[in-house]
Ligand binder design. Structure first.
Ligand code: CP
Length: 307
């Protein structure tokens, strides 16, 4: 039963509950008109303390396409946060007006804190460099629709694996399925945190290796998940400038990849995928962004108990 629940971490839902969300997303994709009024009279609050294009707009598009309405802020400085209001007080107040909250915040753990103060469902739309579970739903729905299953894949995760919250959430989610192997491609300075290796990969007996060069492994991959170097999480600008172009996926590298490898990217992209790749049939990142709206339609419907 997903009605009234929060989604803070990808592990909050069982595999059966995830499947429920994906099955509803597929039905919505097939017949969106059937779901165009299921959230009539409901309000989604989007509380974004950090910039966003896809997550905020896809949440808002999702609620509007379900017949509901949206309110909120995309800049916390336009709210009473600028006057010193605490997160807990903001959440308690928004709970007086809305039926469900999507929150993005720069501090790790903030969505969990928000859920502790909330009487209505809270969805984590990204908490610092920690987790981004609805991006993971987006990634999984894309993989399900393109590859047909969540098991038996060699998945290359490339770029900023240290600060990339979408990577942390995706590893958590995909390591629950059988026979997946991760190839973690990053410079030494941007390696995946130890807690992901120890508490997720090793505990689940998921095979993984860490490498520095994309060229050395691209021919083995079924899925290549590219990520941006997360400028906003660096303390030292010179270090960011040194690392920002560590990987650039271009046509030359794609010649080494399998014919059916798919390229995913949570976006926004900076330089890590050359625009010449956008017309490659293996590039799925804009289709992935569209799946993000459908899966958020399914998630909102389930948490509100309307479907
Ligand atoms: N993928 C993602 O979280 O994009 P935005 O930062 O634009 O929301």
């Amino acid at each position: 039963m997903l009605k009234g629940r929060n989604l803070i971490d990808p592990m909050d839902f069982t595999l059966e509950e995830l499947e429920e969300v994906f099955q509803l997303a597929d039905k919505i994709i097939e017949n969106p008109a059937k779901y165009s009024k299921v959230c009539e009279g409901k309000l989604l609050a989007t509380l974004f303390y950090e910039p966003s294009t896809r997550t905020r707009l896809s949440f808002e598009a999702a609620m509007l396409r379900l017949g509901g309405r949206v309110l909120g802020f995309s800049d916390a400085n336009s709210s009473s946060v600028a006057k010193g209001e605490s997160l807990g007080d903001t959440i308690r107040t928004v709970g007086c007006y809305a039926d469900i909250i999507a929150i993005r915040h720069p501090k790790e753990g903030s969505a969990r804190v928000a859920s502790m103060y909330s009487q209505i469902p809270v969805i984590n739309a990204g908490d610092g460099g920690h987790q981004h579970p609805t991006q993971t739903l987006t990634d999984l729905l894309t993989i399900r629709n393109v590859k047909g299953e969540f098991s038996n894949h060699v998945i290359g995760l490339c770029g900023d694996l240290k600060f990339g919250r979408t990577v942390h959430s995706l590893v958590k989610a995909l390591s629950r399925y059988k026979n997946n192997k991760f190839i973690l491609i990053s410079p030494d300075e941007l390696k995946i945190p130890d807690y992901i290796k120890e508490e997720i990969l090793k505990k689940n007996n998921t095979e993984f290796e860490e490498v520095e060069r994309l060229e050395d492994v691209i021919d083995q991959l079924d899925i290549l998940y590219m990520t941006r170097v997360q400028k906003e999480r660096f303390f030292n600008e010179a270090e960011y400038i040194r690392l920002k172009d560590s990987y650039i996926l271009d046509a030359q590298k794609m010649r080494m990849a399998k014919e059916d490898m798919i390229i995913l990217h949570p976006l926004p992209r900076v330089n890590e995928i050359a625009t010449e790749i956008d017309s490659d049939p293996r590039a799925y990142y804009f289709k992935q962004a569209k799946f993000g709206m459908y899966v958020r339609m399914a998630l909102i419907s389930k948490l509100l108990g309307v479907c």
